[in-house]
Every structure is written in C-alpha cells, then in structure tokens.
Design a protein around this ligand. Structure first.
Ligand code: ADP
Ligand code: MG
Length: 678
C-alpha cells in the first residue's frame, strides 16, 4: 500500500499521475492521506420553491439544455432544472461539453451558489451529478482538497473513491489496547469518513482517530530519540563564574531576566555528561545571540570547538561579525572562522585547515558545516539558529571521534504553543524567553490601502531624510501576472528607482541572486551605503540593521502572521521609533488578521490567532521543511495531544516492543529521522 504507485489505481494514467506528483502524491498511501482542506455541507436538499440566496443543494429534473457561442468566442451552457415546487436556471461558461453531457429529462443532484446575476436569479457553474445512492460531488458533505492546475477536487474525489472501493489493505498502526482505551473508531471507517463523511459527527470521530494516531506516532518517535540521546556520553563543560561576569561587564546593556534564566539553564545542561538538547524560543529581538555566545564562552574556555549554524549565508556573516564584537574584549575573537558555501576555493581550503588544526575554535557557518567533510575533532557545542530540530542523523555526523556527542542548543523566534512544541519536539528541553530588553518601543504598525501609496512614500522619504533606512518586502521575485505588478521585487525596485526615490540609494535583494552580489547588497545596507532595500523574505530571519526603522510589506494579506511579525522584528532594534506598513494588494477592508498585527506586538498571541483563523498549515507552513506537519490533529486540541502523548509514554513504560508492530515501527522510524535541516 505505502509503496504502490498511484498509477495502479483504476482511472489514473501517466498524465494524471504527473499532476498528482505536483502535489506530492506518488503512492496510494499518499492519496489516502491527502486529507481534505475543508468541507462544504450540501447534505440538506432544498425544494426549488423555497430557495434563498446562498450555497444550495437541489434534487431536480433537467427540463432543457442549450449551448451557444456568444460574443468574443465565449460559450454558454444553460439549463432549466425543476421539481414539483419550482424551477431554477443553471449556467456554465466555456464548458461546451456540458451541453452534450447533461441529459434532459433525467434527475440530478445540483449544488452551487444561488444568487442574483444581471437581475436574474441563477446558479453559475454548479456541480451536478445523476441522482444515485452514493453521490460524490453534490447532495452530501463534500470534501474540498488542495487543488492545482488541471487537478480539481472532483478529480481527486473520484480517485479517492476508487481507492476506497478497491478495498485496500490498511495495516493497523495503533496497538489494539491503545485504540480501545482511547475509544477510537477503527482505521478503515476513519479513512472513509475523513474523505466522505456522512455527518459532521462522523467527521469529528474520523479526525480524532487519525489525529490521535499521528500524535501517538510523533510522540513515540521523540520519546525514543530522547531515550537514545540520554544513553550517549557528552563532555562535561564546567561553569566559570569569573569568565561569565567578565563577559557581562563588557556588554553595553544589562541582561534581561529571561536571558539570565536561560543562560543559567544552559550552563547546568552543559555541565552534565549527557548531551544537552535544548530549544530556546524567544520572540524576535529578545536577544538570543548573546545567550548563545555566553554558552559558547564556557566551551571555548575549556578548549573545545563550537559550531554555530545559521539558515542563510547572509545571517552567518552577520553573526560572525556580531560574535567577534562580543568576544573581542575577552581575547577570543581571533579564534573565529566563517564557513559558508560561497567562499572562494582558496579561502575554503584555508578555513578547513584552520578548523582541522584546531586553530579555529568558534566556527560560524551555514549547513556547509555538516555537509562539507570538515573534521571538527574537538567539538563541544553546536548552536543552531532559527531552526527547531536537529536530527539524529546530523548529530551522529558530528559525533566526536572519541565517542562523545556535542551539546546542542537550538534557537527559534517562531512562536510555537507549548503543547504543540512538546509533541513536535518532544525530545527537546524547551526554554522560553518571555521578556524583551526594556528599551524596546512598540513598532507603529498600520495597514495601508494601495491608493495611499503617495502618502506612504512621503513618510518613507521623511525617514530617509532623517538618516534612517527602509526595507520594502515583496511576495514575488518577478511578475507572474499583470495584476501582480506591484508585488514583485523587480518591478517595485524599477518603479521606485525611476520614480519617487530617484534621488535615493536603493538595493535589490532576493534569493535567486548569487551569494556574492547578495552579500554585497546586504553589507552595503548594513554600512548605510544604501537608504532602501527592496527584497523578498530573505531578510526575514535574524538580519540586524539597527539604523533601519521602516518595514514596508507589499501584498501583506498573502503572508502568515508569524511571518509578518518576524519581518516587523527587523526594525525597531534601536532607540529610534520603528514603523511597519502593511500594504494590501487591493483596497478592500483589511482582514481581521491584519488588524490583529496592527494592535498586537506579541508573537505568541498572533500565532494563536493564525492557528484559529487559518489552521495549522498557516504557521507550520514555515516549519514544514521536513514532514513535521500534523495533517489531521487540530493542533489547538490540546486534550487530544495530551492523551496521545500519555499513551505513547505508557507504551514505553509497559516495555512494549515496537518490532511487534510492523506498520507502527515503519512510521516511527521514519519520523525519528525527520529533521528540518535537509
Ligand atoms: P534575536 O533574539 O531576535 O536573535 P538578537 O540576538 O539579534 O535578537 O538581539 C537583538 C538586538 O538586541 C541586538 O542588537 C542585541 O545587541 C540587542 N540586545 C540583546 N540583549 C539585550 C539586552 N539585554 N538589552 C538591550 N539590548 C539587547
Ligand atoms: Mg537571532
């Protein structure tokens, strides 16, 4: 089942298989677990005589069907449907085949939006199918899937139906006692009901069953990882109070309470002979870099190496500079090395040599650190910035020859509600930095209609005139359609440079640039050789240019709240007032989501709201580099999560052997190796 190709399914040829591949469906199991995004309830049939505007579902006879071409080659199919109580007009545009495929005189289920169009009530482009005992697209609760060009929900329904009808062998994953204790419905009816629910109640039961299963598997994977890690040896790194005090005395600020608390936890972890595996969650600007540097300090003092990994080259370079500044007063700065993909061959060679010889002790870099074969034989601590989970495999790669595991510290600004973090990252110890440096002023945040661009530009120019700098972030690199003109970095850059900001120095930055030009632009901006940077979200994580005070986000409604909050965190990093302008792509009333960013500066609260309004995908979209997305479990359903976690713990405490559960074991082993660092 899990390996069987989708082409084995009746009705799925190579063409359709290609389309399925674009949404990640390759096997039958992929299709089975391609859960609907949402559902539309067409289960209540309305007599035609009592139709009211809105989504409706009908059972009616088709009286007549006509197809004709009207002006400019547009085709219209019209039909009249009636029952004993009345009749209604149905229309389809440019679907010429409809006229031939709908049979006059036959009885159909019809579902769609009943509304007034050009002074006539009608249903445009309804779904329609012959009356039967098992309607798929009408007259029931209808699953709506994530679609793609040429792959409609109707097509997916057809394939899923064919799959379920083929009586696939579904190997049970949950131990019987777990399913029984949790009072879950069986797997088979759960799959049926998540795709084709008969009622909302049945759908809820299906979600509970499948969600429970997911959380149980994830929890088991992380508990096993944790167990394994606790059996590994690490080098104990003692705490040197004098050194810590010395470091703090050179800082231009005092540490926040949260920073002190977290650093102390880390010091306790590092003194143990089992490896630290801690995740520090702290909102943007909460000062995580200093915390990591303080952890590194103790390792350096003992003569161990430290690897500091950043998600982008840009950030790695910036961190290297910041850290050099922090370590300079203590005389450790000359032990720093930078290792990124974009180094010239000779530089790379030299850096490798410095690392293997142990002269370089603090190595800042990107994934090049684990990808390139560079021998950090004396590695005591790994810091991972803006990532959440460091996989078992990566850790193994870094295992020191003597058989010691390095301590690992991960840091993230993505606010993950605690219950969820426990499930997704259960093998980690989590510390939350819950206070920010005191000098931070709230960032003035405003939603802007595209009509007010002129006023906005005047404000930006005022800031630039005062010596400040501006970020403009766009959702796209190039224009993909005419109406998206204002959303691409390239066209915005062009327009601003030739028009309103002719007299200013503007840079262009996006992910497709080579690393050389990219660094030049970023460095120029940091050195205030540019007034403005037009960019994609590559500036999102971590970039620190305190003189920048304005963040403009074009097409703001397209971004997740967590992402907007991250972007906003790029400004307001100094004593200057920070501003964030959310420019909408049309002049409709701002959504509740954007209003929320205007009024709240709290990343956790915004993440919760996005979870509520857009569902887990919205937040976890940013995390889904691995397969760590929960597909069914409503992540806000903390009770379900807690129950499933407890059951996983019970499974281990009972001394159950995973090998006795073949399917469960397969899934759990797969999950254990998932990481978002690939
Ligand atoms: P993040 O948590 O987003 O990674 P950074 O570590 O980049 O935040 O810190 C943001 C800015 O705040 C930096 O310029 C840093 O020097 C400054 N900073 C860090 N800790 C403090 C503090 N306790 N008081 C004042 N400023 C601080
Ligand atoms: Mg940071």
């Amino acid at each position: 089942m899990n390996e069987t190709s989708i082409t084995e399914l009746r009705g799925v040829g190579p063409e359709l298989a290609k389309k399925y591949a674009t949404v990640g469906i390759h096997s039958l199991e992929d299709l089975l677990t391609y859960y609907p995004r949402r559902y539309e309830d067409y289960s209540v049939i309305t007599p035609l005589g009592s139709l009211k505007p809105g989504q409706v579902s009908l059972k009616a006879q088709i009286k007549q069907v006509t197809g004709r071409y009207v002006r400019r080659g547009m085709h219209i199919t019209e039909a009249i449907a009636s029952d004993k109580t009345g009749s209604v007009r149905l229309v389809w545009f440019n679907q010429a085949y409809r006229a031939g495929s709908i049979k006059a005189g036959a009885e159909y289920y019809i579902s769609g939006l009943f509304e007034l169009r050009r002074q006539r009530f009608s249903i445009a482009s309804p779904s329609i199918e012959l009356v039967s005992d098992f309607p798929m697209n009408t007259a029931r609760i209808i699953p709506i899937y994530r679609e793609t060009k040429g792959l409609s929900s109707a097509q997916i329904r057809k394939s899923v139906r064919a799959l379920l009808d083929s009586e696939p062998v579904l190997p049970e994953t949950l131990p019987a006692w777990v399913a029984k204790e949790a009072k879950l419905i069986d797997q088979r009816p759960a799959y049926e009901a998540i795709h084709f629910p008969e009622s909302m109640k049945q759908l809820a039961q299906a979600k509970e069953r499948l969600g429970y299963e997911e959380v149980f598997e994830l929890s088991l994977a992380s508990l096993l990882n944790k167990d394994e890690l606790l059996r590994e040896k690490a080098l104990s790194i003692p705490f040197d109070e004098h050194l810590a005090k010395q470091f703090v005395s050179h800082l231009p600020f005092t540490l926040t309470d949260a920073q002190k608390k977290v650093v102390w936890r880390i010091y306790l972890d590092m003194q143990k002979t089992t490896p630290m595996n801690r995740l520090v969650e702290g909102d943007v600007g909460s000062g995580k870099t200093v915390v990591a540097t303080m952890a590194a300090l103790m390792a350096l003092k003992q003569g161990f190496q430290v690897a500091f990994m950043a998600p982008t080259e840009l950030l790695a370079r910036q961190h290297a500079e910041t850290i050099a500044g922090l370590l300079k007063p203590l005389g450790f700065a000359d032990r720093l090395a930078l290792l990124v993909g974009g180094l010239k061959a000779q530089d790379k060679h030299d850096t490798h040599h410095l690392i293997t010889s142990g002269q370089a002790q603090f190595i800042v870099g990107t994934h090049a650190l684990i990808q390139e074969k560079v021998d950090m034989h004396n590695l005591g601590l790994v810091v991972i910035d803006e990532q959440h989970r460091f996989g078992v495999a990566q850790r193994k790669k870094l295992q020191i020859k003597a058989g010691h595991m390095p301590h690992v510290l991960s840091m993230t600004a993505t606010p993950i509600p605690r219950s969820l973090a426990l499930t997704l990252y259960g093998e980690l110890d989590i510390s939350i930095m819950d206070s920010k440096p005191a000098n931070r002023k709230p960032i003035v945040t405003k939603v802007i209609s595209p009509n007010s661009r002129a006023q906005l530009y005047a404000k930006l120019d005022e800031q630039i005139e005062q010596g400040r700098q501006v970020f403009i972030v766009c959702p796209l690199i190039t224009d993909s359609a005419v109406n998206e003109q204002l959303l691409s970095v390239e066209s915005v850059y062009d327009t601003l440079r030739k028009g309103p900001f002719k007299h200013r120095r503007i840079g262009l930055l996006h992910g497709k640039l080579k690393s050389g030009p990219k660094n030049e632009v970023m460095e120029a901006f940091a050195a205030h050789k540019l007034d403005m940077i037009v960019s994609t979200t590559v500036v999102e994580v971590g970039v620190d240019v305190p003189n920048a005070t304005v963040m403009v986000i074009e097409g703001a409604e397209r971004f997740g709240l967590a992402q907007i909050h991250q972007l906003r965190g790029r400004v307001g990093r100094s004593n200057y007032q920070g501003y964030c302008y959310l420019v909408m792509s049309d002049s409709k009333a701002p959504t509740r989501r954007l209003r929320a960013v205007e009024s709240s500066q709290d990343g956790f609260a915004l993440a919760d709201l996005d979870l509520e309004i857009r569902g887990p995908g919205a937040i976890y979209g940013t995390l889904q580099h691995g397969q760590l997305d929960l597909r069914v479990a409503t992540l806000t359903d903390t009770k379900l999560i807690a129950r499933a976690r407890t059951a996983a713990q019970e499974f281990i405490d009972k001394g159950e052997n995973l090998l006795h559960y073949k399917q469960l074991n397969n899934r759990v082993q797969q999950l254990r190796t998932v990481t978002n660092l690939n």
